[in-house]
Write a protein that binds this ligand. Structure first.
Ligand SMILES: NC(=O)c1ccc[n+]([C@@H]2O[C@H](COP(=O)([O-])OP(=O)(O)OC[C@H]3O[C@@H](n4cnc5c(N)ncnc54)[C@H](OP(=O)(O)O)[C@@H]3O)[C@@H](O)[C@H]2O)c1
Length: 309
């Protein structure tokens, strides 16, 4: 796998993929590459204008492959429900790959429409609800790829205090917790799918350090003005390009030898860059007790029935 590149992706003709946060960074790259390889791609985006621009780019880059826009705001569970219904309708209830990619990082204390802390709300809770609502469309061999981060290793997660009500709020700690939740959710989904006898691959990936809008958006949320632009340019000095950064999630979404419960990331310089390979999940991410509590708590908070149960 060490020299695996996008050129190694098998023909995706006949496969249908939904990518969240597909208008920017890793999501746009993932959608564009999969469309080029022949997949029908649903771009799930919250902003209609940015979504349409991404749709045009994906269509033109793939020579007119089937692609469609789905409106999705992960910070609003009613939008998640509508998006899942829309995706099931468009695909005829057959989705081969769901890429839970969208995310925000180190946001100041803010809440989603449903009252969750913004990062756990968007990065984990919205994606968990979307995954469960799309469950009936995920047939034999389907994959759920969830994008985590090296930051998960610094994360502590309290399933009874997901929104940091009982602890002092720290934006970086809240991001790390949400990325830890992405891994706990993936591994629990893997276990539950196997227990239910479902042929479903639950897989995680991370991009190391990649040049996207993520850091710029963080800077914009935390300070207005030119500082955000300085941060954006500084970030370019320490990151790899988006084509390389998207490879672990593309590998997870398409490589034939991927097994459920695996986690992929770059393999060089402490997993910050380089060719994709198997990545190291922290002991906290492998904690089955916390994963079960997180799963149950997320179901209670969303009112969505988990699928598989
Ligand atoms: N870049 C890195 O070095 C890095 C490292 C580790 C992990 N990651 C992870 O990679 C994933 C993709 O991030 P990126 O680096 O590609 O950053 P990005 O360029 O900022 O893209 C993030 C995407 O998420 C979307 N999004 C944000 N809030 C949303 C919401 N409420 N509903 C729906 N979509 C929403 C954004 O939409 P808008 O354009 O409308 O805001 C955008 O399309 C994230 O999960 C991030 O945690 C990135």
């Amino acid at each position: 796998m060490s020299r695996w590149s996008a050129a190694d992706i098998p023909d995706q003709t006949g496969r249908t993929v939904l990518v969240t946060g597909a208008n920017s960074g890793l999501g746009l790259q993932t959608a564009a590459v999969l469309a080029e390889r022949g997949a029908t791609v649903l771009l799930a985006c919250r902003d209609p204008q940015r979504g349409r621009a991404a749709l045009d780019r994906v269509r033109s880059g793939s020579g007119g492959t089937d692609a469609a826009l789905v409106s999705l705001d992960l910070a609003d569970l009613s939008s998640v429900r509508t998006a899942a219904d829309e995706a099931r309708r468009i695909t005829g209830d057959r989705l081969d790959v769901l890429v839970n990619n969208a995310g925000v990082m180190a946001a100041p204390r803010r809440r989603t429409v449903d009252g969750f802390e913004l990062q756990i709300g968007i990065n984990h809770i919205g994606h968990a609800a979307l995954t469960w609502l799309l469950g009936p469309a995920l047939g034999p061999g389907a994959r759920v790829v969830t994008v985590s981060s090296l930051a998960h290793r610094r994360g502590g997660l309290d399933p009874d205090d997901l929104s940091f009500e009982q602890r002092r709020y720290n934006p970086v700690a809240a991001y790390s917790a949400s990325k830890l939740a992405n891994l706990l959710f993936t591994f629990e989904l893997d276990r539950r799918a196997r227990d239910a006898g479902r042929d479903l691959l639950a897989v995680a990936a991370h991009p190391g350090l990649t040049d996207t809008e993520l850091v710029f958006n963080t800077a914009r949320m935390n300070s207005a003005g030119p500082l955000a632009h300085v941060v954006r340019w500084g970030n370019k000095l320490i990151t790899q390009g988006v084509a390389a950064g998207a490879l672990p999630q593309l590998y997870a979404a398409t490589a034939p030898d991927v097994r459920s419960g695996e986690y992929f990331g770059p393999t060089s310089l402490g997993e910050t860059r380089g060719a994709p390979g198997r990545a190291a999940a922290s002991p906290a991410a492998r904690d089955e007790h916390t994963a079960r509590l997180l799963w149950e708590r997320t179901a209670e908070l969303t009112g969505v029935t988990p699928d598989p149960a």
